[in-house]
Design a protein around this ligand. Structure first.
Ligand SMILES: NC(=O)c1ccc[n+]([C@@H]2O[C@H](COP(=O)([O-])OP(=O)(O)OC[C@H]3O[C@@H](n4cnc5c(N)ncnc54)[C@H](O)[C@@H]3O)[C@@H](O)[C@H]2O)c1
Ligand SMILES: O=c1ccn([C@@H]2O[C@H](COP(=O)(O)OP(=O)(O)O[C@H]3OC[C@@H](O)[C@H](O)[C@H]3O)[C@@H](O)[C@H]2O)c(=O)[nH]1
Length: 387
Protein backbone atom coordinates (compact mmCIF):
# COMPACT_ATOMS: atom_id res chain seq x y z
CA UNK A 1 0.00 0.00 0.00
CA UNK A 2 1.29 3.47 -0.90
CA UNK A 3 1.68 5.45 2.34
CA UNK A 4 1.43 8.90 0.79
CA UNK A 5 -1.08 9.35 -1.95
CA UNK A 6 -0.98 12.41 -4.19
CA UNK A 7 -4.04 14.16 -5.59
CA UNK A 8 -4.44 15.41 -9.16
CA UNK A 9 -2.94 18.78 -8.18
CA UNK A 10 0.19 17.24 -6.68
CA UNK A 11 -0.84 17.64 -3.03
CA UNK A 12 -0.59 14.81 -0.49
CA UNK A 13 -3.96 13.18 0.31
CA UNK A 14 -4.76 13.05 4.03
CA UNK A 15 -6.24 9.75 5.28
CA UNK A 16 -9.98 10.20 5.89
CA UNK A 17 -12.89 8.28 7.42
CA UNK A 18 -15.67 7.32 5.02
CA UNK A 19 -19.18 6.36 6.07
CA UNK A 20 -20.25 4.01 3.26
CA UNK A 21 -23.96 3.19 3.21
CA UNK A 22 -24.79 0.10 1.13
CA UNK A 23 -21.16 -1.07 1.47
CA UNK A 24 -22.25 -4.72 1.33
CA UNK A 25 -23.58 -4.49 -2.23
CA UNK A 26 -21.93 -4.97 -5.62
CA UNK A 27 -20.36 -1.51 -6.00
CA UNK A 28 -19.73 -1.15 -2.25
CA UNK A 29 -17.78 -4.41 -2.09
CA UNK A 30 -15.44 -3.31 -4.89
CA UNK A 31 -15.01 0.15 -3.42
CA UNK A 32 -14.19 -1.28 0.03
CA UNK A 33 -11.69 -3.67 -1.58
CA UNK A 34 -9.96 -0.81 -3.41
CA UNK A 35 -9.88 1.46 -0.34
CA UNK A 36 -8.44 -1.30 1.85
CA UNK A 37 -5.81 -2.59 -0.58
CA UNK A 38 -4.57 0.69 -2.08
CA UNK A 39 -5.27 3.57 0.31
CA UNK A 40 -4.88 4.45 3.99
CA UNK A 41 -8.52 5.57 4.36
CA UNK A 42 -10.87 4.17 7.01
CA UNK A 43 -14.33 2.82 6.23
CA UNK A 44 -17.43 2.59 8.40
CA UNK A 45 -19.31 0.04 6.29
CA UNK A 46 -23.10 0.15 6.77
CA UNK A 47 -25.50 -2.39 5.28
CA UNK A 48 -28.13 -4.96 6.13
CA UNK A 49 -25.88 -7.68 4.62
CA UNK A 50 -22.14 -8.27 4.59
CA UNK A 51 -21.67 -11.50 2.58
CA UNK A 52 -19.94 -9.67 -0.30
CA UNK A 53 -17.39 -8.01 2.02
CA UNK A 54 -16.82 -10.92 4.45
CA UNK A 55 -13.38 -11.48 2.87
CA UNK A 56 -12.41 -7.94 3.94
CA UNK A 57 -13.75 -8.24 7.49
CA UNK A 58 -12.29 -11.62 8.53
CA UNK A 59 -9.86 -12.81 9.80
CA UNK A 60 -8.76 -10.07 12.17
CA UNK A 61 -5.17 -10.59 11.03
CA UNK A 62 -5.90 -8.86 7.69
CA UNK A 63 -3.54 -5.90 7.21
CA UNK A 64 -6.45 -3.41 7.08
CA UNK A 65 -8.42 -4.91 9.99
CA UNK A 66 -8.27 -1.68 12.02
CA UNK A 67 -9.45 0.43 9.06
CA UNK A 68 -12.79 -1.23 8.31
CA UNK A 69 -15.72 -1.60 10.66
CA UNK A 70 -19.03 -3.20 9.71
CA UNK A 71 -22.29 -1.85 11.16
CA UNK A 72 -25.33 -3.99 10.39
CA UNK A 73 -28.17 -1.51 10.10
CA UNK A 74 -31.17 -0.54 8.03
CA UNK A 75 -31.11 3.19 7.33
CA UNK A 76 -34.94 3.25 7.30
CA UNK A 77 -35.02 3.10 11.06
CA UNK A 78 -31.77 3.25 12.97
CA UNK A 79 -30.83 6.02 15.36
CA UNK A 80 -27.12 5.25 14.91
CA UNK A 81 -27.11 6.74 11.40
CA UNK A 82 -26.49 10.40 12.31
CA UNK A 83 -23.70 9.50 14.75
CA UNK A 84 -21.92 7.43 12.11
CA UNK A 85 -22.21 10.21 9.51
CA UNK A 86 -20.80 12.67 12.07
CA UNK A 87 -17.85 10.36 12.80
CA UNK A 88 -16.85 10.46 9.10
CA UNK A 89 -15.34 13.15 6.85
CA UNK A 90 -17.27 11.86 3.84
CA UNK A 91 -20.47 9.86 3.37
CA UNK A 92 -21.00 7.72 0.28
CA UNK A 93 -24.60 6.61 -0.20
CA UNK A 94 -25.06 3.48 -2.32
CA UNK A 95 -28.14 2.06 -0.59
CA UNK A 96 -31.05 1.50 -2.95
CA UNK A 97 -33.46 -0.92 -4.53
CA UNK A 98 -31.95 -0.91 -8.03
CA UNK A 99 -33.13 -3.97 -9.99
CA UNK A 100 -35.64 -3.22 -12.80
CA UNK A 101 -37.78 -6.26 -11.87
CA UNK A 102 -38.72 -4.35 -8.69
CA UNK A 103 -39.57 -0.96 -10.22
CA UNK A 104 -42.97 -1.93 -11.64
CA UNK A 105 -43.80 -4.72 -9.17
CA UNK A 106 -42.72 -2.97 -5.93
CA UNK A 107 -43.03 0.71 -6.89
CA UNK A 108 -43.70 1.90 -3.33
CA UNK A 109 -40.61 0.15 -1.91
CA UNK A 110 -38.65 1.50 -4.88
CA UNK A 111 -39.73 5.11 -4.31
CA UNK A 112 -39.22 4.90 -0.54
CA UNK A 113 -35.80 3.33 -0.93
CA UNK A 114 -34.50 5.76 -3.55
CA UNK A 115 -36.03 8.97 -2.22
CA UNK A 116 -37.52 8.87 1.31
CA UNK A 117 -34.77 6.70 2.84
CA UNK A 118 -32.06 8.88 1.33
CA UNK A 119 -33.54 12.08 2.84
CA UNK A 120 -32.06 11.72 6.36
CA UNK A 121 -28.65 10.97 4.84
CA UNK A 122 -28.72 14.25 2.89
CA UNK A 123 -30.08 16.15 5.90
CA UNK A 124 -27.44 14.82 8.33
CA UNK A 125 -24.64 15.62 5.87
CA UNK A 126 -25.98 19.13 5.30
CA UNK A 127 -26.62 19.91 9.00
CA UNK A 128 -23.26 18.56 10.13
CA UNK A 129 -21.22 20.01 7.24
CA UNK A 130 -20.15 16.62 5.95
CA UNK A 131 -19.32 15.93 2.33
CA UNK A 132 -21.65 13.59 0.41
CA UNK A 133 -21.07 11.42 -2.66
CA UNK A 134 -24.51 10.19 -3.70
CA UNK A 135 -25.12 7.37 -6.17
CA UNK A 136 -27.84 8.24 -8.65
CA UNK A 137 -28.24 6.51 -12.04
CA UNK A 138 -28.05 6.92 -15.80
CA UNK A 139 -31.77 6.07 -15.74
CA UNK A 140 -32.49 9.70 -14.77
CA UNK A 141 -32.05 10.49 -18.49
CA UNK A 142 -34.84 8.03 -19.31
CA UNK A 143 -35.42 7.76 -23.05
CA UNK A 144 -33.40 9.56 -25.71
CA UNK A 145 -34.80 12.36 -27.90
CA UNK A 146 -33.79 10.13 -30.82
CA UNK A 147 -36.41 7.54 -29.85
CA UNK A 148 -39.19 10.05 -30.60
CA UNK A 149 -37.88 10.99 -34.07
CA UNK A 150 -39.42 9.38 -37.17
CA UNK A 151 -37.62 6.13 -38.07
CA UNK A 152 -36.36 7.61 -41.35
CA UNK A 153 -35.24 10.96 -39.90
CA UNK A 154 -31.59 11.79 -40.75
CA UNK A 155 -31.41 13.52 -37.33
CA UNK A 156 -31.27 10.03 -35.78
CA UNK A 157 -27.60 9.89 -36.82
CA UNK A 158 -26.81 13.11 -34.95
CA UNK A 159 -25.26 12.44 -31.50
CA UNK A 160 -26.95 15.61 -30.22
CA UNK A 161 -30.17 13.53 -30.14
CA UNK A 162 -28.84 10.55 -28.21
CA UNK A 163 -25.57 11.20 -26.32
CA UNK A 164 -26.45 11.89 -22.67
CA UNK A 165 -24.90 15.03 -21.15
CA UNK A 166 -25.12 15.89 -17.46
CA UNK A 167 -25.77 19.61 -17.93
CA UNK A 168 -27.94 19.73 -21.05
CA UNK A 169 -29.87 16.49 -21.69
CA UNK A 170 -33.49 16.41 -20.56
CA UNK A 171 -34.94 13.65 -18.34
CA UNK A 172 -37.63 11.88 -20.40
CA UNK A 173 -39.81 9.31 -18.65
CA UNK A 174 -42.94 7.39 -19.67
CA UNK A 175 -46.45 7.88 -18.35
CA UNK A 176 -47.33 7.25 -14.67
CA UNK A 177 -48.81 3.81 -15.34
CA UNK A 178 -45.43 2.80 -16.73
CA UNK A 179 -44.18 2.18 -13.20
CA UNK A 180 -40.75 1.28 -14.53
CA UNK A 181 -39.95 4.98 -14.10
CA UNK A 182 -40.67 5.02 -10.35
CA UNK A 183 -36.95 4.41 -9.75
CA UNK A 184 -35.65 7.02 -12.19
CA UNK A 185 -38.11 9.61 -10.94
CA UNK A 186 -37.21 9.01 -7.26
CA UNK A 187 -33.51 9.24 -8.15
CA UNK A 188 -34.13 12.45 -10.08
CA UNK A 189 -35.91 14.06 -7.15
CA UNK A 190 -33.16 13.16 -4.68
CA UNK A 191 -30.62 14.60 -7.13
CA UNK A 192 -32.63 17.84 -7.24
CA UNK A 193 -32.83 17.92 -3.45
CA UNK A 194 -29.07 17.41 -3.07
CA UNK A 195 -28.40 20.06 -5.69
CA UNK A 196 -30.71 22.47 -3.85
CA UNK A 197 -28.97 21.71 -0.51
CA UNK A 198 -25.74 22.64 -2.24
CA UNK A 199 -27.17 25.85 -3.68
CA UNK A 200 -29.09 27.04 -0.60
CA UNK A 201 -27.20 25.55 2.35
CA UNK A 202 -23.69 24.99 0.99
CA UNK A 203 -23.73 21.15 1.10
CA UNK A 204 -20.55 19.79 -0.47
CA UNK A 205 -21.82 17.07 -2.78
CA UNK A 206 -20.95 14.93 -5.79
CA UNK A 207 -23.58 12.98 -7.72
CA UNK A 208 -22.56 9.83 -9.61
CA UNK A 209 -24.61 8.52 -12.53
CA UNK A 210 -23.38 4.97 -13.21
CA UNK A 211 -23.96 3.60 -16.72
CA UNK A 212 -24.32 -0.21 -16.34
CA UNK A 213 -21.27 -1.08 -14.25
CA UNK A 214 -20.75 -4.83 -14.38
CA UNK A 215 -18.36 -7.42 -12.98
CA UNK A 216 -17.95 -10.12 -10.34
CA UNK A 217 -20.34 -10.13 -7.33
CA UNK A 218 -23.10 -8.35 -9.25
CA UNK A 219 -26.52 -9.31 -7.84
CA UNK A 220 -27.14 -13.04 -7.35
CA UNK A 221 -27.71 -16.32 -9.13
CA UNK A 222 -31.34 -17.35 -8.60
CA UNK A 223 -31.67 -20.48 -6.46
CA UNK A 224 -27.98 -20.41 -5.46
CA UNK A 225 -27.29 -17.23 -3.53
CA UNK A 226 -30.64 -15.52 -4.06
CA UNK A 227 -34.32 -16.44 -4.37
CA UNK A 228 -35.16 -18.98 -7.13
CA UNK A 229 -37.91 -16.73 -8.48
CA UNK A 230 -35.78 -13.54 -8.22
CA UNK A 231 -34.90 -11.55 -11.36
CA UNK A 232 -31.50 -9.85 -11.11
CA UNK A 233 -29.97 -7.41 -13.64
CA UNK A 234 -29.05 -8.64 -17.10
CA UNK A 235 -25.48 -9.79 -16.36
CA UNK A 236 -26.68 -12.17 -13.63
CA UNK A 237 -29.77 -13.26 -15.65
CA UNK A 238 -27.61 -14.24 -18.63
CA UNK A 239 -24.92 -15.81 -16.39
CA UNK A 240 -27.62 -17.92 -14.75
CA UNK A 241 -28.91 -19.07 -18.17
CA UNK A 242 -25.39 -19.94 -19.32
CA UNK A 243 -24.55 -21.82 -16.13
CA UNK A 244 -27.77 -23.85 -16.46
CA UNK A 245 -27.28 -24.32 -20.21
CA UNK A 246 -30.66 -22.81 -21.02
CA UNK A 247 -31.42 -20.16 -23.68
CA UNK A 248 -30.82 -16.52 -22.77
CA UNK A 249 -34.12 -14.63 -22.65
CA UNK A 250 -34.30 -11.54 -24.87
CA UNK A 251 -36.90 -9.09 -23.61
CA UNK A 252 -38.89 -7.57 -26.50
CA UNK A 253 -36.34 -8.83 -29.01
CA UNK A 254 -33.23 -7.54 -27.17
CA UNK A 255 -33.13 -4.40 -29.27
CA UNK A 256 -32.40 -1.94 -26.44
CA UNK A 257 -28.87 -0.62 -26.38
CA UNK A 258 -26.53 -0.28 -23.41
CA UNK A 259 -22.93 0.69 -22.80
CA UNK A 260 -21.23 -1.50 -20.19
CA UNK A 261 -18.24 -0.47 -18.10
CA UNK A 262 -16.00 -2.76 -16.06
CA UNK A 263 -16.53 -2.27 -12.33
CA UNK A 264 -12.77 -1.98 -11.73
CA UNK A 265 -12.49 0.94 -14.21
CA UNK A 266 -15.50 2.67 -12.64
CA UNK A 267 -14.10 2.28 -9.11
CA UNK A 268 -10.99 4.22 -10.25
CA UNK A 269 -13.32 7.13 -11.06
CA UNK A 270 -14.93 7.00 -7.62
CA UNK A 271 -11.52 6.98 -5.94
CA UNK A 272 -10.58 10.11 -7.90
CA UNK A 273 -13.76 11.79 -6.63
CA UNK A 274 -12.96 10.76 -3.04
CA UNK A 275 -9.39 12.06 -3.18
CA UNK A 276 -10.01 15.24 -5.21
CA UNK A 277 -12.89 17.02 -3.45
CA UNK A 278 -12.04 20.42 -4.95
CA UNK A 279 -12.47 18.98 -8.43
CA UNK A 280 -15.48 16.79 -7.63
CA UNK A 281 -17.67 18.92 -5.35
CA UNK A 282 -20.74 20.47 -6.93
CA UNK A 283 -20.54 18.17 -9.95
CA UNK A 284 -22.72 15.47 -11.45
CA UNK A 285 -20.64 12.82 -13.22
CA UNK A 286 -21.59 10.28 -15.87
CA UNK A 287 -19.45 7.20 -15.28
CA UNK A 288 -19.58 4.73 -18.15
CA UNK A 289 -17.80 3.46 -21.23
CA UNK A 290 -19.14 5.02 -24.47
CA UNK A 291 -17.02 2.61 -26.54
CA UNK A 292 -18.69 -0.53 -25.18
CA UNK A 293 -22.12 -0.14 -26.79
CA UNK A 294 -24.15 -3.23 -27.79
CA UNK A 295 -27.79 -4.21 -28.18
CA UNK A 296 -28.96 -6.67 -25.55
CA UNK A 297 -29.07 -9.29 -28.32
CA UNK A 298 -25.41 -8.64 -29.13
CA UNK A 299 -24.58 -8.86 -25.42
CA UNK A 300 -26.27 -12.28 -25.27
CA UNK A 301 -24.31 -13.48 -28.29
CA UNK A 302 -21.02 -12.20 -26.92
CA UNK A 303 -21.62 -13.68 -23.46
CA UNK A 304 -22.45 -17.04 -25.03
CA UNK A 305 -19.16 -17.02 -26.99
CA UNK A 306 -17.08 -15.89 -24.02
CA UNK A 307 -18.70 -18.43 -21.71
CA UNK A 308 -18.00 -21.25 -24.15
CA UNK A 309 -14.35 -20.18 -24.15
CA UNK A 310 -13.88 -19.86 -20.38
CA UNK A 311 -15.96 -22.89 -19.33
CA UNK A 312 -14.81 -25.31 -22.05
CA UNK A 313 -18.46 -26.37 -22.46
CA UNK A 314 -19.95 -26.85 -25.94
CA UNK A 315 -21.78 -23.95 -27.62
CA UNK A 316 -25.53 -23.86 -26.90
CA UNK A 317 -27.63 -25.05 -29.85
CA UNK A 318 -30.35 -22.42 -29.39
CA UNK A 319 -28.60 -19.69 -27.45
CA UNK A 320 -31.48 -17.20 -27.20
CA UNK A 321 -35.25 -17.08 -26.92
CA UNK A 322 -37.57 -14.07 -27.26
CA UNK A 323 -39.91 -13.13 -24.40
CA UNK A 324 -42.29 -10.20 -24.06
CA UNK A 325 -41.57 -7.63 -21.37
CA UNK A 326 -45.03 -8.27 -19.90
CA UNK A 327 -44.23 -11.96 -19.50
CA UNK A 328 -40.74 -11.27 -18.11
CA UNK A 329 -41.27 -8.20 -15.90
CA UNK A 330 -45.06 -7.84 -15.70
CA UNK A 331 -47.40 -4.91 -16.27
CA UNK A 332 -45.92 -1.41 -16.26
CA UNK A 333 -42.46 -2.23 -17.62
CA UNK A 334 -40.87 0.18 -20.06
CA UNK A 335 -37.27 0.55 -21.23
CA UNK A 336 -34.46 3.00 -21.88
CA UNK A 337 -33.71 2.72 -25.60
CA UNK A 338 -30.05 3.77 -25.66
CA UNK A 339 -27.47 5.01 -23.15
CA UNK A 340 -24.26 6.61 -24.33
CA UNK A 341 -22.57 8.76 -21.68
CA UNK A 342 -20.92 12.02 -22.60
CA UNK A 343 -17.50 11.98 -20.91
CA UNK A 344 -16.57 15.67 -21.20
CA UNK A 345 -17.14 16.66 -17.57
CA UNK A 346 -15.45 13.70 -15.88
CA UNK A 347 -12.58 14.00 -18.34
CA UNK A 348 -12.07 17.67 -17.65
CA UNK A 349 -12.47 17.50 -13.87
CA UNK A 350 -10.80 14.17 -13.07
CA UNK A 351 -8.98 13.11 -16.24
CA UNK A 352 -10.73 9.73 -16.02
CA UNK A 353 -11.23 7.37 -18.95
CA UNK A 354 -12.47 3.76 -18.98
CA UNK A 355 -9.94 1.19 -20.25
CA UNK A 356 -11.47 -2.27 -20.51
CA UNK A 357 -13.19 -3.56 -23.65
CA UNK A 358 -16.49 -5.40 -23.40
CA UNK A 359 -14.91 -8.69 -24.50
CA UNK A 360 -12.16 -8.45 -21.85
CA UNK A 361 -14.49 -7.50 -19.03
CA UNK A 362 -16.86 -10.33 -19.92
CA UNK A 363 -13.96 -12.76 -20.02
CA UNK A 364 -12.83 -11.93 -16.48
CA UNK A 365 -16.40 -11.70 -15.16
CA UNK A 366 -17.59 -14.98 -16.69
CA UNK A 367 -14.42 -16.73 -15.51
CA UNK A 368 -15.42 -15.61 -12.01
CA UNK A 369 -19.05 -16.71 -12.50
CA UNK A 370 -17.97 -20.14 -13.74
CA UNK A 371 -15.45 -20.63 -10.91
CA UNK A 372 -17.91 -19.44 -8.26
CA UNK A 373 -21.14 -21.08 -9.35
CA UNK A 374 -20.68 -23.97 -11.82
CA UNK A 375 -20.36 -26.70 -9.15
CA UNK A 376 -23.24 -25.36 -7.04
CA UNK A 377 -25.49 -25.20 -10.11
CA UNK A 378 -24.60 -28.77 -11.11
CA UNK A 379 -25.46 -30.01 -7.61
CA UNK A 380 -28.71 -28.02 -7.52
CA UNK A 381 -29.74 -29.36 -10.94
CA UNK A 382 -29.29 -33.05 -10.06
CA UNK A 383 -31.13 -32.76 -6.72
CA UNK A 384 -34.49 -34.56 -6.97
CA UNK A 385 -37.33 -32.06 -6.54
CA UNK A 386 -39.45 -32.61 -3.43
CA UNK A 387 -42.81 -34.14 -4.31
N1 LIG B 1 -24.51 -1.27 -10.75
C1 LIG B 1 -24.87 -0.34 -11.61
O1 LIG B 1 -24.57 -0.43 -12.79
C2 LIG B 1 -25.65 0.86 -11.18
C3 LIG B 1 -26.18 1.65 -12.21
C4 LIG B 1 -26.86 2.81 -11.88
C5 LIG B 1 -27.01 3.16 -10.54
N2 LIG B 1 -26.48 2.38 -9.56
C6 LIG B 1 -26.66 2.84 -8.17
O2 LIG B 1 -25.51 2.54 -7.40
C7 LIG B 1 -25.88 2.16 -6.09
C8 LIG B 1 -25.28 0.81 -5.73
O3 LIG B 1 -25.67 -0.14 -6.69
P1 LIG B 1 -25.23 -1.68 -6.65
O4 LIG B 1 -25.19 -2.14 -8.05
O5 LIG B 1 -24.02 -1.85 -5.80
O6 LIG B 1 -26.52 -2.33 -5.95
P2 LIG B 1 -26.61 -3.42 -4.78
O7 LIG B 1 -28.05 -3.80 -4.66
O8 LIG B 1 -25.63 -4.50 -5.02
O9 LIG B 1 -26.15 -2.61 -3.49
C9 LIG B 1 -27.00 -1.82 -2.72
C10 LIG B 1 -26.74 -2.17 -1.25
O10 LIG B 1 -27.54 -1.28 -0.43
C11 LIG B 1 -28.02 -2.01 0.65
N3 LIG B 1 -29.22 -1.36 1.17
C12 LIG B 1 -30.38 -1.13 0.48
N4 LIG B 1 -31.27 -0.55 1.29
C13 LIG B 1 -30.68 -0.41 2.50
C14 LIG B 1 -31.11 0.12 3.73
N5 LIG B 1 -32.36 0.59 3.90
N6 LIG B 1 -30.25 0.14 4.78
C15 LIG B 1 -29.00 -0.37 4.62
N7 LIG B 1 -28.53 -0.89 3.47
C16 LIG B 1 -29.37 -0.91 2.41
C17 LIG B 1 -28.33 -3.40 0.08
O11 LIG B 1 -28.39 -4.39 1.11
C18 LIG B 1 -27.17 -3.59 -0.89
O12 LIG B 1 -26.10 -4.29 -0.27
C19 LIG B 1 -27.41 2.21 -6.05
O13 LIG B 1 -27.81 3.46 -5.53
C20 LIG B 1 -27.82 2.13 -7.50
O14 LIG B 1 -29.05 2.76 -7.75
C21 LIG B 1 -25.82 1.23 -9.86
O1 LIG C 1 -32.80 -11.75 -18.85
C1 LIG C 1 -32.84 -10.58 -19.24
C2 LIG C 1 -32.63 -9.45 -18.40
C3 LIG C 1 -32.66 -8.18 -18.94
N1 LIG C 1 -32.89 -7.97 -20.27
C4 LIG C 1 -32.83 -6.61 -20.86
O2 LIG C 1 -31.49 -6.15 -20.71
C5 LIG C 1 -31.47 -4.72 -20.57
C6 LIG C 1 -30.65 -4.34 -19.36
O3 LIG C 1 -31.28 -4.77 -18.20
P1 LIG C 1 -30.69 -4.58 -16.72
O4 LIG C 1 -31.42 -5.55 -15.85
O5 LIG C 1 -29.24 -4.66 -16.69
O6 LIG C 1 -31.17 -3.12 -16.31
P2 LIG C 1 -31.21 -1.72 -17.04
O7 LIG C 1 -29.96 -1.45 -17.81
O8 LIG C 1 -32.47 -1.62 -17.81
O9 LIG C 1 -31.34 -0.78 -15.78
C7 LIG C 1 -30.27 -0.65 -14.84
O10 LIG C 1 -29.66 0.53 -15.21
C8 LIG C 1 -28.97 1.32 -14.33
C9 LIG C 1 -29.23 1.11 -12.86
O11 LIG C 1 -29.77 2.24 -12.25
C10 LIG C 1 -29.92 -0.10 -12.44
O12 LIG C 1 -28.95 -1.01 -12.04
C11 LIG C 1 -30.86 -0.65 -13.45
O13 LIG C 1 -32.01 0.16 -13.39
C12 LIG C 1 -32.95 -4.29 -20.56
O14 LIG C 1 -33.31 -3.89 -21.85
C13 LIG C 1 -33.70 -5.56 -20.19
O15 LIG C 1 -35.03 -5.59 -20.69
C14 LIG C 1 -33.09 -9.08 -21.10
O16 LIG C 1 -33.33 -8.92 -22.32
N2 LIG C 1 -33.07 -10.34 -20.56
Amino acid sequence: MATTRIDLDGRPVKPITICMIGAGGFIGSHLCEKLMSETPHRVLALDVYNDKIKHLLEPESLPWATRIQFHRLNIKHDSRLEGLIKMADLTINLAAICTPADYNTRPLDTIYSNFIDALPVVKYCSENNRRLIHFSTCEVYGKTIQSFLPKDSPLRQDPAYYVLKEDTSPCIFGSIEKQRWSYACAKQLIERLIYAEGAENGLEFTIVRPFNWIGPRMDFIPGIDGPSEGVPRVLACFSNNLLRREPLKLVDGGKSQRTFVYIKDAIEAVLLMIENPDRANGHIFNVGNPNNEVTVRQLAEMMTKVYTKVSGEPYLESPTIDVSSKEFYGEGYDDSDKRIPDMTIINKQLGWNPKTSLWDLLESTLTYQHRTYAEAIKKAMVKPTAS
